[in-house]
Every structure is written in structure tokens, then in C-alpha cells.
Write a protein that binds this ligand. Structure first.
Ligand SMILES: Nc1nc2c(c(=O)[nH]1)N[C@H]1C(S)=C(S)[C@@H](COP(=O)(O)O)O[C@H]1N2
Ligand SMILES: [Mo]
Length: 313
């Protein structure tokens, strides 16, 4: 017989430090208010219109080993601001995120250009503690705030012919210094099969650590697909397009042998230039074994039954 000594969401003594740090961080951010949000004039309007104070807390945040706020917001990939890991934190504050519009196009009934606040119900956001596993073999655990992508998609009423959903990032040269370098074919593009997009795990994030997203993490709206490599989790989204055919993605276009459309985290399929079998959790010393589907196998493996994941990498 299984005796549960405590519910998974209850706090053990070992967890207290994590939780205290998290809650202190939250109250710190509340106190410093608009100044903590990117430090731009636009942030004041955000604090009013994009209020996420009422989010439902994920009970697992009380016991999970969160990556520090400093690492989550200071060690990033966001090539629109440069290729260095500290470039996004240094330069993304220049991005104007309010007002923000998202163009919905393609095979859906409710196409058109939406103000962010009309597309996202900021009152319905919830917290989800997800791992993010970068293809460069580091990982983080982040308390995201957002709303399931499926809730957004349902509102947009995709037509029956729609089988994929494609996303684009903003391309604004005046505020994104990284666009000077042709590392990728800008704008950054990503895509999901519609069933992947509708999976309950797939999140459209608007915040992390209890507050709105810092620009370097993809403000004001970014995807989080926790069972896929980090590059699928496209930041600062301005376009959602429903398509019949598999959309091209930026990384696949730049190196088709290295980056596939599916990009499911898979310790058995190596990147051509390095192994994907282990990872370095930011903030830890040793390495961890990488888990199939980044540990979300139970929730997502069914979508890929019968597919050769070495071919569809
Ligand atoms: N538009 C855009 N989105 C992007 C990227 C990027 O360069 N541009 N980098 C991706 C990569 S490689 C990773 S690992 C994650 C990192 O997200 P984080 O900074 O929130 O940890 O963002 C992804 N989304
Ligand atoms: Mo990444």
C-alpha cells in the first residue's frame, strides 16, 4: 500500500529557502513596481492594462527547484538582440512592447489584427513550472505565467483544413540590434502541428516569477513548449498563422540537417555536432541525464506513436 506522507504540494523544510527567495522576489518586484518592469515609460501602462496579480499559483512551485531569477533573466538566447547570452539582458530593454498587436491569419474564422489585451485574457493566467531545455544542452526550471495556447486557438476558430500553426517574431530594426547580422532569415519563425499546439501543456506565456515577462524573455507574449528544444519557444510573437502545410522554421531553414520541424527533446537523437544525452542545469555543478520529451513523455508521447523520431527530428 502506498502511504503518502505529504501531498506533493506541501512544503518540506528543505524547500523553504526556494519558496522564501521566490516570494521575496515577488514582493520586491511589486514594491519597485514599474521600475522593475523593463524601466521604460511603456511599463506603466502595462502595469495597469496587463495586470496579472490574480494568477492561480501552481502548487508545485512550493517544492520545485527553480532556477534563480538572475539566471532566467540574465542568461538568454534572443538573437534579435545579439548572439551572446548576456546580449538580451543588455539590449532588449529598448524594445517597445506596449502597444502590441498580433496578426492572426490563414485558415481560421477569426482572423484579423488583435491588440494583445484582446487576444489574451490577463485575468485567466496561471502559473506553470516548466523545464526549458536548450539545444545547446543547458536547462532551466522556470515559473512561467501564461494561458494555454489551446484557449487562444479555440477563440480563433481554426477551419477544419488547418493542420499547423505558424508563429513569427517582431522584426523591428530600430529596436533590435541583432537584426544587423544575417544569422537567421528574419523574422524568427516557428511552428507546431495543430495537435501539439492544442496540447494542454503548450503555454502562451506573458510572465515569469510572478510578474510580466522581462523583454529578454520574450515580452509581451512568447510560446513555451516544454517537451521541445528551447528554440521552438518563440519570443515576442506578432503573427499567428493557421496553415494546411508544415510551415518553414528559421532554424530548419538555416541548417536543415541540424534542426528539424519537430525538435522533440530526445536523448537518443544527437545534434550532428554534439550529444543530447546529458544536460547542465543552470546553477548546478554536475550534469543530468536528459529525459525523453524533457520528462513530459506521459503527457505527449501519444502524439507521436508510429512516427520514426530519428527521421522526424
Ligand atoms: N524570437 C526568438 N525567439 C527565441 C529565440 C530567439 O533567438 N529569437 N531563442 C530561442 C532559444 S534557442 C531558447 S533556448 C529560448 C530561450 O528562452 P529564455 O530566454 O526565456 O530562457 O528562446 C527561444 N526563442
Ligand atoms: Mo536554445
Amino acid at each position: 500500500m502506498l502511504i503518502k506522507s505529504r501531498e506533493s504540494w506541501m512544503l518540506s523544510e528543505n524547500d523553504v529557502t526556494d519558496k522564501d527567495i521566490y516570494l521575496n522576489r515577488r514582493s520586491f518586484m511589486k514594491m519597485s513596481g514599474a521600475a522593475a518592469l523593463a524601466g521604460t515609460i511603456a511599463s506603466h501602462a502595462q502595469a495597469v492594462d496587463r495586470d496579472i496579480a490574480g494568477y492561480k499559483k501552481d502548487p508545485s512551485s512550493l517544492s520545485s527547484e527553480l532556477t534563480s531569477y538572475e539566471a532566467v533573466t540574465g542568461y538568454n538566447n534572443f538573437y534579435e538582440f545579439g548572439m551572446g547570452k548576456d546580449d538580451p539582458a543588455k539590449y532588449a530593454h529598448k524594445l517597445t512592447t506596449d502597444p502590441w498587436t498580433v496578426k492572426v491569419s490563414g485558415l481560421a474564422e477569426k482572423t484579423g489584427t488583435y491588440a494583445l489585451e484582446d487576444l489574451i485574457d490577463f485575468k485567466a493566467v496561471e502559473e506553470r513550472i516548466y523545464r526549458l531545455r536548450c539545444v545547446e544542452a543547458w536547462s532551466m526550471v522556470v515559473p512561467w505565467i501564461g494561458i494555454p495556447l489551446k484557449d487562444i486557438i479555440k477563440k480563433l476558430e481554426p477551419k477544419s483544413e488547418a493542420r499547423y500553426v505558424a508563429f513569427k517574431t517582431l522584426k523591428r530594426k530600430s529596436e533590435m540590434r541583432g537584426l544587423r547580422w544575417p544569422v537567421l532569415d528574419w523574422p524568427y519563425q516557428e511552428g507546431l502541428r495543430l495537435d501539439e499546439a492544442m496540447n494542454p501543456l503548450t503555454l502562451m506565456a506573458v510572465g515569469l516569477y510572478g510578474d510580466l515577462l522581462p523583454n529578454q524573455n520574450g515580452a509581451p507574449l512568447r510560446l513555451v513548449v516544454p517537451w521541445k528544444y528551447g528554440f521552438k519557444s518563440i519570443k515576442s510573437v506578432v503573427n499567428i498563422d493557421f496553415t494546411r502545410r508544415e510551415p518553414m522554421t528559421s532554424w530548419k531553414r538555416s541548417a536543415p540537417r541540424e534542426y528539424g520541424f519537430y525538435s522533440n527533446v530526445n536523448p537518443e537523437v544527437d545534434h550532428p555536432r554534439w550529444s543530447q544525452s546529458t544536460e547542465r542545469r543552470i546553477g548546478e555543478w554536475g550534469r543530468r541525464d536528459t529525459l525523453m520529451f524533457n520528462g513530459y513523455e506521459e503527457q505527449v508521447a501519444e502524439m507521436y506513436t508510429g512516427m520514426d523520431l530519428k527521421k522526424y527530428f
